[in-house]
Design a protein around this ligand. Structure first.
Ligand code: SAH
Ligand code: SF4
Length: 405
């Protein structure tokens, strides 16, 4: 089946196999040290870092030549030793509903081969959310998740995590005018990418240091300046790093809960064997700054006959007692070879009604970008180069599960 509305876009430059080190994803201190190492005088470093920071994160330039207030000699030096280039866009797809999906290729870091990951942009009324990845593959094996069937290839670097955001802004025309005066800051309103969720491939808390650096740069007030309230990190429940996230990053938290009893969660989200529900809930209760305006999101995938009974809904309310919480019901997105099915729509609504009547908002996450396989748990699946027959069977299954628009 073809999708006439999918628009192939011009691709970017192919990835270099041995790229220069990037200035993207370095803290200010690291950037200063990198400049010092290349002979920039101590007394200039602060000023140079601040210029570079503005060009890279406020104006989004990906070429040193565009940095017109940096002297020509300095630009030549920067070009010789560093890069601020974007990853290669292998494919860009635009869905009927405006959702965009990018397949990006990053150069090898040290030994190894180039890697590919996906990022997804979901436009909504008055806002737009970018879903980014933290790892290539995942070392965890949640039984309903397609990423969980793909082995972990490697962690993404802070540069690669941030590059997903920079590239999305490039492609959406979301950077301010490059001619704007020096010192320009990113406007808080009217951005296309107003929110970021770490809900792509991988377990972000198994790549804590890079995720921390990337998110602190994304929320830096002199750069991309995304409010921490508009960044959500989703975890399957790596308890020690949940505490660290609260203390060291301070973004919003989402927990992939999916079951309210340990025996079932052990099967669906096997990290539960290491960090069972009691420990997970204690970490959630201790998350700093929680209030009615700052709640934890609990993600709950609706699996037919597995976790979708009203008993489960009741258990969910009991489990979350005392925690400022939002519940996000996610219709299961099937993938080839899975044994699970999505709950009947009627059952999802009954479940949601029960939760609503207990006083919780429980939006049902409507599948977006279905025609380009942009939904949770499907990222990168398609780029695993499914054979055509497999893909046709998959598309038929998707339509059977959700009905056409
Ligand atoms: N590893 C992190 C973040 C990535 S997954 C985590 O597990 O939280 C983002 C969300 O999509 C998680 O809640 C995950 O459980 C859910 N998900 C994974 N596969 C899915 C599928 N096939 N259908 C619906 N949701 C899925
Ligand atoms: Fe990894 Fe999250 Fe998928 Fe589990 S749900 S396998 S943690 S990506």
């Amino acid at each position: 089946m073809t999708h006439p509305k999918l628009k192939p876009m011009p691709l970017s430059q192919p990835v270099e196999l041995s790229p220069k080190p990037s200035l993207i994803g370095l803290t200010r201190e690291e950037m200063g040290a990198a400049l010092k190492e290349k002979g920039v005088a101590d007394k200039q470093i602060k000023m140079r870092v601040s210029q570079l920071w503005n060009w890279i994160y406020v104006r989004g330039v990906s070429d040193f030549d565009a940095m017109v207030n940096v002297s020509k000699d300095m630009r030549e030096m920067l070009k010789t030793h560093f890069t601020v280039a974007r990853p290669e866009i292998v494919e860009e797809q635009v869905s009927n509903d405006g959702t965009r999906k990018w397949l990006l290729r990053f150069p090898p870091r040290g030994a190894g081969r180039p890697v590919e990951i996906e990022a997804v942009y979901i436009p909504e009324e008055g806002r737009g959310t970018l879903c980014i990845s933290s790892q290539v593959g995942c070392s965890l094996t949640c039984s309903f998740c397609h990423t969980g069937t793909q082995r972990l290839v490697r962690n993404l670097t802070a540069e690669e995590i941030l590059s997903q955001l920079l590239l999305a802004r490039d492609r959406l025309g979301d950077f301010p005018d490059r001619e704007a005066p020096q010192g320009t800051v990113m406007p808080a309103e009217g951005r296309k990418v107003s929110n970021v969720v770490m809900m792509g491939m991988g377990e972000p808390l198994y790549n804590f240091d890079s995720v921390k650096t990337a998110l602190l740069i994304a929320s830096d007030g002199d750069g991309l300046s995304l409010s921490k309230r508009r960044i959500t990190l989703s975890t399957s429940g790596v308890v020690p790093e949940i505490y660290r996230t609260g203390d060291e990053i301070g973004v919003m938290l989402a927990i992939s809960l999916h079951a309210v009893r340990d025996d079932l969660r052990d099967m669906l989200v096997p990290i539960n064997k290491k960090y069972p529900l009691k420990e997970l809930m204690d970490a959630c209760r201790a998350y700093p700054g929680l209030s009615n305006a700052r709640r934890i999101t609990f993600e709950y995938v609706m699996l037919k006959g597995v976790n979708d009974s009203l008993e489960d809904a009741k258990g969910l309310i009991q489990l979350l007692k005392g925690i400022p919480a939002k519940i996000n019901l996610i219709p299961f997105n099937p993938w080839p070879g899975t044994n699970y099915q999505c709950s009947e729509w009627e059952q999802i609504e009954k479940f949601a009604d029960f939760i609503n009547s207990a006083g919780y908002a429980s939006p049902i996450r409507t599948p977006r970008g279905r025609d380009i396989l942009a939904a949770c748990g499907q990222l990168k699946s398609e780029s695993e180069r499914m054979r055509k027959t497999e893909r046709l069977a998959f598309e038929a299954m998707m339509i059977a599960n959700h009905g056409e628009d």
